[in-house]
Design a protein around this ligand. Structure first.
Ligand code: ZN
Length: 102
């Protein structure tokens, strides 16, 4: 089952802008699809499962959620950068990119 952006906005009651932000945040689209873009229902589910998981974790002041380790992690010393309202850093455990809003 696949959906267009329009279907997603109808089904989930979000704006197309939100959908495009999800895609930027890592929501997978069906590669050959451009106009319109198609999204697999299973990818949409998985994206929201991870999003909810992320939201449930309470982060300490200097903690980040690492998508690779799937848990709250500390940033590697000296790796924290502040960029347009976000903090970017490297995971101390796996050296992956991690980020959080303030
Ligand atoms: Zn990690």
């Amino acid at each position: 089952m696949s959906y267009t952006i329009k279907d997603v906005t109808n089904v989930l009651g979000v704006t197309p802008k939100t959908c495009f932000r999800w895609i930027e945040d890592g929501l997978k689209i069906i590669p050959e699809s451009k106009n319109p873009i198609y999204i697999h229902g299973s990818d949409l589910k998985e994206f929201h499962r991870l999003k909810n998981l992320k939201r449930k974790v309470t982060l300490g002041r200097n903690e980040f959620y690492c998508l690779t380790c799937k848990r709250a992690v500390s940033a590697k010393r000296g790796s924290v950068e502040v960029l347009s309202g976000r903090k970017l850093a490297r995971c101390r455990a796996c050296n992956g990119k991690i980020s959080r809003l303030f």
